[in-house]
Design a protein around this ligand. Structure first.
Ligand code: AMP
Ligand code: FE
Ligand code: FE
Ligand code: ZN
Length: 279
């Protein structure tokens, strides 16, 4: 078993990078990818812990891309910290996220909600602020009962508190990943919000652009959804990847390795991805 999608305190997860690796080891994972939003800062700590515990740490990150009406997230694997076009662009993405975070808090204040930027910063513990931190402050203030409700009522796309962030086009993100020697994979494909039958043509186009894989074994998907996506990936020659999208207490129903309890990403996926890197 492996897990190719996790978030730490470096972005919007609640566990430090080393703890993610410890949880992966406890779940009997042979490998785990750290895929914080827009940041590689957790990789050295996670890698040191992985070396101690004898499992493989895949360096990665998750990039938000321009897409309407749904959400397009690109997972990028084997992206080592250091020099490269995508690594250099991460600082721009972090700046755009920062700017969005300030506008988001201002919007919520305009809507009359009791929240300050300082509170959100304190929740996040500094860098890598995201909407789950805003949601957690709204829970603490009694505005909503859960992080999920904060998204449903205020923060999700189309809700009154939603504020768009400037970011990459999908094709640009794929190009940057490839130019950095990394492997781009589409995360949680159902979030694209496409009609049934729309996903195939879109994946074909992305594949022609250089997309290597699609996240079929996703923690929050049902077994039949995973099977359908895996069959589609096979027809298109894309690697059927997978992971839990673990965020610690911000997504309390998901565990490293096992997702909601029934996830099992095959070990061989990591070798298929590695071959795409060499290709
Ligand atoms: P951001 O990158 O700051 O725009 O926030 C996006 C993050 O919010 C995602 O990566 C998830 O961690 C989280 N998220 C998005 N939608 C939901 C939801 N409905 N419930 C809980 N968390 C969500
Ligand atoms: Fe997240
Ligand atoms: Fe995502
Ligand atoms: Zn994620």
């Amino acid at each position: 078993m492996i897990d190719l999608h996790t978030h730490s305190t470096v972005s919007d997860g609640s566990d430090p990078p080393a703890q993610i690796v410890a949880l992966a080891a406890a779940a009997d994972c042979r490998a785990v990818a750290l895929t914080d939003h827009d940041r590689l800062d957790g990789v050295p700590e996670a890698r040191a812990e992985a070396a101690r515990r004898g499992l493989e740490l895949v360096a990665g990150c998750e990039l938000s891309c321009v897409w309407g009406p749904g959400t397009f997230h690109l997972l990028v694997y084997f992206l080592e910290p250091g020099l490269g076009p995508l690594q250099e662009h991460l600082t721009t993405l972090q700046g755009q996220r920062d700017e969005r975070n300030h506008r988001l808090v201002a919007r919520l204040q305009e809507l009359g909600l009791p929240i300050t930027f300082e509170e959100v910063e304190a929740e996040a513990g500094g860098a890598g602020i995201g909407r789950p931190h805003v949601a957690a402050v709204l829970v603490r203030k009694g505005v909503v009962a859960s992080v999920a409700e904060a998204f449903d009522r205020w923060l999700a796309k189309g809700k009154p508190g939603y504020v768009r962030k400037a970011t990459l086009e999908p094709g640009e993100a794929i190009d940057l990943a490839l130019a950095s020697g990394a492997v781009p994979v589409l995360a949680h494909p159902h979030s694209l919000g496409l009609e049934p039958g729309g996903l195939g043509p879109t994946l074909r186009e992305l594949s022609e652009r250089g997309l290597a894989g699609v996240e079929c074994h996703y923690g929050a998907y049902q077994p039949e959804e995973r099977a359908g996506l895996t069959a589609l990936a096979g027809r298109l020659g894309l690697v059927a990847t997978g992971g839990s999208d673990y965020h610690g207490r911000y997504k309390p129903d998901l565990s490293v390795g096992t997702g909601r309890g029934d996830l099992e990403v095959p070990d061989a996926v990591i070798d298929s991805l590695r071959e795409r890197r060499a290709a």
